[in-house]
Design a binder for this molecule. Structure first.
Ligand code: ARG
Length: 463
């Protein structure tokens, strides 16, 4: 039997494999709420414009409400032969209300329909992500405030660099998440134009009120070019690229958590809530959630790459290739949301090993810069010279097997005779971090102020 929706010129139905490759219902069924909302807005507009009878529009709206509750109560029979969510809904509508259902598709195509539905879906996904990112930021800022003065080793090249505070390190991720939220907000603002009414590609001869449907669906305005409206998937690409960058940020933090939990550093501990055991080795406690956040980045970035490849070289206007936009995007944005929730959980759960952090913060001559700065400040030495002299003192300390603050004054004076015992005041790690008061620096006082600023801002957002 040929297709009821478009099979007029077809004598028979599709081959089984044709049906399989053509169908998208398995993943675009996620769009049922958006599809029904857009159809209701379209029907109401058609009636207001006198294109269909009010009586028909009423029946359509009631039928669509019934379908919504059928789907939500798991009573809807999704059919692969009806290809996608649009025809599944319309097919069921015909069963429920008869011939009036056939009037819904006046001045509409699945091409403008799918673009509208997916924009609505993506917009909602962005709003959800923004909410979970705000919760993540708050968890970070709270932990940062609690550990504004907790000294930890700061690394560059994964080598001891300078002591920092744990709170400062956590606030770095708050900043990243803020930029992520900014990127999502930008994508949301740009996507918010309604494609509905663009038709298949050329617009329509019916006197539509596209402003009315745009407004009803929360769009800022209708799209201005019908060809662009049905062939644009920038909104998915932009959202996925924001998601990819966000996932990259999470993967960096996840990697740090894995490193911090390892006995190689032992900087933090995660509780039973965010670790798992091994089936063979009874002693194990593995940071699986962090590892999975790190790994899911692959799927999220992969979805962006996949859609970029789908869109590359596609001529105007709609091409069926574009049906491949949903699978990866729906999967990726769901995975990202889960990753953010897992990171939020781990931030709350983690306990820093403060003694270990402090010990490691001082290892590797991490306050050598403080010594060089002391030479600049006290002996008025040019920094380059101070750097060189400090390097020689570090070499002497290394040879003596002593930490910088344990190196006898005479050993330092052997390199630079003008050094006095006052130098020891700047060498302890707490003194080092306390001195980093430049704006954006790691001093506990700065960190406390920044953490409070974020908590206030996030509290005001009410997210
Ligand atoms: N399922 C399709 C998609 O997701 C809907 C649009 C189909 N349009 C068409 N002319 N076949 O892209």
């Amino acid at each position: 039997m040929s297709n009821k929706m478009w099979g007029g010129r077809f004598a028979s139905g599709p081959d089984a494999v044709m049906e399989e490759i053509n169908s998208s219902i398995e993943f675009d069924r996620h769009l049922y709420r958006q599809d029904i909302a857009a159809s209701k807005a379209h029907a109401a507009m058609l009636a207001k414009q006198g294109i269909i009878a009010r009586e028909d529009a009423k029946k359509i709206a009631h039928g669509l409400d019934t379908i919504l509750s059928e789907i939500e109560s798991d009573k809807f029979d999704f059919k692969r032969v009806l290809e996608d969510i649009h025809m599944n809904v319309e097919g069921r509508l015909a069963e429920l209300i008869g011939s009036s259902a056939g009037r819904l598709h006046t001045a509409r195509s699945r091409n403008d329909q799918v673009a509208t539905d997916f924009k609505l879906w993506i917009r909602e996904a962005i709003d959800t992500l923004d909410g979970v990112l705000a919760v993540y930021q708050r968890a970070l800022a709270e932990k940062a405030l609690a550990h504004a003065g907790t000294v930890m080793p700061g690394f560059t090249h994964l080598q001891s660099a300078q002591p920092v505070t744990f709170g400062h390190h956590l606030l770095a991720y708050v900043e990243m998440a803020a930029r992520d939220r900014g990127r999502f907000a930008d994508a949301r603002a740009r996507l918010n134009e309604s494609p509905l009414g663009a038709g298949a590609l050329a617009g329509t001869s019916f006197a539509l009120d596209r402003n009315m449907t745009a407004k009803e669906l929360g769009f800022a305005r209708p799209t201005a070019n019908s060809l662009d409206a049905v062939s644009d998937r920038d909104f998915v690409l932009e959202t996925l690229s924001a998601a990819a960058i966000c996932a990259i940020h999470l993967s960096r933090f996840a990697e740090e958590i894995v490193l911090w939990c390892s006995p190689l550093s032992g900087l933090i501990a995660l509780s039973d809530k965010f670790t798992t055991g091994s089936s063979m080795m009874p002693q194990k406690r593995n940071p699986d959630a962090a590892e999975l956040v790190r790994a899911k980045t692959g799927r999220i970035v992969g979805a962006l790459n996949a859609l970029l490849m789908v869109m590359k070289g596609l001529p105007l206007a709609y091409q069926k290739d574009m049906q491949e936009d949903k699978h990866g995007a729906i999967d990726a944005l769901g995975a990202l949301s889960l990753c953010i929730a897992a990171m939020t959980g781990m931030v709350g759960d983690m306990t820093p090993n403060e003694a270990r952090m402090k010990e490691m913060a001082g290892a590797g001559y991490a306050t050598a810069t403080d010594l060089a700065d002391w030479l600049v400040r006290t002996l008025k030495m040019p920094f380059r010279e101070a750097h060189h002299i400090t390097g020689r003192i570090v070499a002497a300390a290394e040879k003596a097997g002593a930490a910088l603050d344990k190196l006898p004054l005479v050993a330092m004076q052997a390199v630079e005779p003008r050094i006095t015992k006052d130098v020891y005041a700047v060498l302890p790690v707490d003194r080092s971090v306390a001195s980093r008061v430049s704006f954006g620096g790691t001093a506990p006082k700065n960190v406390r102020a920044q953490a409070k600023r974020w908590l206030k801002k996030l509290g005001k957002e009410g997210a």
